[in-house]
Write a protein that binds this ligand. Structure first.
Ligand SMILES: [Zn+2]
Length: 455
């Protein structure tokens, strides 16, 4: 097992990168403690003395990617025969029946697998939307926070919820739901325990009813009030499929965005997963309110859910970020792959000149940071946290590539060589520090088979 990294030196110069996604940093950057303190112009030297130098001449350096939507537990049911080749609602109903069997140990390993995959793909801030709290998994958020801290990845964990079972017009079975009081008490508990609203925070908690149609109206309203009291973010699934529109119409007699407004969720504390099926007026309303949209291209293509109106939403004022979405609808947790998929599906929608590699990298970094309400991560510039992903272009797939930044996206980089979170290396030579990936895969896949192999 590799040893955990020592704290970084006082001033580290990451010098002369092959390419870097930052203004005026051709000569690299200086990191001190957890932050970037200087961008060095090409051919120049840092203004002050440095304690250590890292030669980045083999590396393309980008801000660490930020994942704004995932369900780590779903790594246990990837490519499951019950669910493959189905659209969202039948896919969900098939999987609900098996997800109730997840044990705390399986959930811990599932979280570890998802976070490690993300980290290896160049992700430095991992969002997870966990909404399954069956008997025995009541302390899921605690498990996720412990795993993120152990791996050293920055985390935005959202406490999900489902309180409307199929008996009350919802989708999930009763065994997967909790009552509103239990949910609200646990939201308050985990906010008090783990949420750090300060700049540089390594763990933040958000509140995230699974969808507005999986919980009561009271829970939507009280979640919003609780989030305002604690200064945390609000998240949910919305506008993922056309089925959802008709479901909302029959249940509430309105469209999803109208319902969102009615329960006090049309504001800039909120970011939504997917956000596909909005009409022009709804795009304008969401943009005006500053509601963020997490675009999940891989999942949207896998479930054939539709195409997010990313460019219109961004132009209207909504931050647009990226997410891998759960590993049963993706079925991987590779955010760099998601960046490439975002380029492709959006070019199909808007044309080859309208969406560039820089646009999709911006969504995965600055855009995602804005969805999480953070201005301390997402860009390489002095004062921001030192969250970085460094890729080499040494695989055969990059041979003959000219523009190094474009090559990352167009040739399909999937694995970072080095990853730094808050000034500390967490991936070196493509390996996560402190994780034996072979042992992890063996333990996780054994449990997945034991729990879900028989369907
Ligand atoms: Zn999702």
């Amino acid at each position: 097992m590799a040893e955990a990294a020592e704290p970084g030196p006082r001033r580290l110069w990451i010098r002369d990168p092959r390419a870097i996604l930052a203004e005026g940093a051709g000569g690299g950057i200086v990191v001190a403690g957890t932050r970037i303190v200087e961008c060095v112009a090409a051919g120049a030297k840092p203004a002050g003395p440095v304690d250590e130098t890292f030669d980045a001449s083999r590396h393309v350096v980008i801000p660490g990617l930020i994942n704004t939507h995932h369900h780590a537990f779903q790594t246990l049911t990837r490519a499951h025969p019950l669910a493959i080749n189905k659209p969202l609602f039948p896919w969900l109903k098939a999987l609900y029946t098996v997800w109730g069997r997840i044990t705390p140990e399986a959930f811990r390993l599932a979280t570890r697998v998802a976070l490690t995959e993300l980290l290896l793909s160049g992700c430095t801030t991992a969002g997870d939307h966990h909404y399954l709290f069956p008997k025995g998994l009541e302390e899921s958020v605690d498990i996720q926070v412990a795993e993120a801290r152990d791996l050293g990845i920055r985390a935005a964990i959202t406490r999900g919820s489902m309180s409307l079972s199929d008996r009350e017009g919802g989708l999930p079975p009763e065994s997967l739901t909790q009552d509103d009081d239990t949910i609200l008490a646990d939201c308050e508990r985990v906010l008090n325990l783990f949420h750090d609203p300060a700049p540089g925070a390594t763990v933040q908690i958000g509140l995230a009813p699974c969808s507005p149609f999986a919980v009561t109206q009271r829970l939507m309203r009280e979640s919003a009030e609780l989030a305002a009291r604690h200064g945390c973010r609000l998240h949910t699934h919305l506008g993922e499929t056309l089925d959802e529109d008709s479901y909302c119409q029959s249940m509430f007699g309105c469209r999803p965005v109208d319902y969102l407004e009615e329960v006090g969720w049309l504001n800039d504390r909120v970011w939504l997963a997917h956000g596909i099926h909005f009409n022009d007026a709804e795009v304008a309303r969401l943009g005006k309110a500053g509601v963020g949209i997490c675009h999940c291209p891989t999942s949207n293509m896998t479930l054939a859910s539709g195409r997010c109106r990313t460019c219109e939403l961004e132009a209207a004022g909504s931050p647009v970020g990226l997410g891998v979405d759960g590993s049963a609808s993706n079925d991987s947790s590779n955010l760099m792959e998601g960046v490439r998929h975002a380029l492709m599906i959006n070019r199909l929608t808007y044309g080859a000149e309208a969406v560039t590699h820089r646009d999709v990298l911006r969504w995965a970094t600055e855009g995602s940071a804005a969805c999480l309400g953070r201005s301390d991560i997402g860009r390489i510039e002095p004062g921001r946290e030192a969250d970085l992903a460094l890729f080499t272009l040494e695989e055969l797939r990059f041979s003959g590539a000219h523009d190094p930044l474009a090559a990352l996206v167009l040739c399909g980089a999937t694995r970072a060589d080095r990853v730094m979170v808050a000034g500390r290396w967490r991936v070196i030579d493509g390996q996560p520090l402190g994780v034996d990936t072979g042992m992890l895969r063996e333990a996780h896949s054994r449990l997945a088979l034991d729990l879900f192999g028989g369907a």
